[in-house]
Write a protein that binds this ligand. Structure first.
Ligand code: FES
Length: 72
């Protein structure tokens, strides 16, 4: 579903970049190569970022453990 009508960006696109570490509205737009315009999507984007953060933290933690194991 399109969340940002100004840039035709979907919830899936925002979710994907947020899960890959974009932790702010500005960061998400930047990674997607877009610029925020009217701001009407900001509440939805913020919720998507908040929902994606636990997954990002879990993935990052897993990567850190994997690195420790491979270094040892
Ligand atoms: S709807 Fe996203 S900036 Fe306008």
């Amino acid at each position: 579903m399109i969340i940002c009508n100004c840039n035709a960006i979907s919830d899936r696109e925002f979710s994907k970049v947020a899960q890959n570490g974009a932790g702010s509205i500005k960061g998400c737009f930047s990674v997607l190569g877009a610029k925020p315009n009217c701001g009407r999507c900001f509440t939805s984007v913020t919720k998507i970022i908040e929902n994606a953060r636990p997954q990002y933290e879990q993935d990052r933690s897993f990567e850190a453990r994997k690195t420790k194991v491979s270094v040892a």
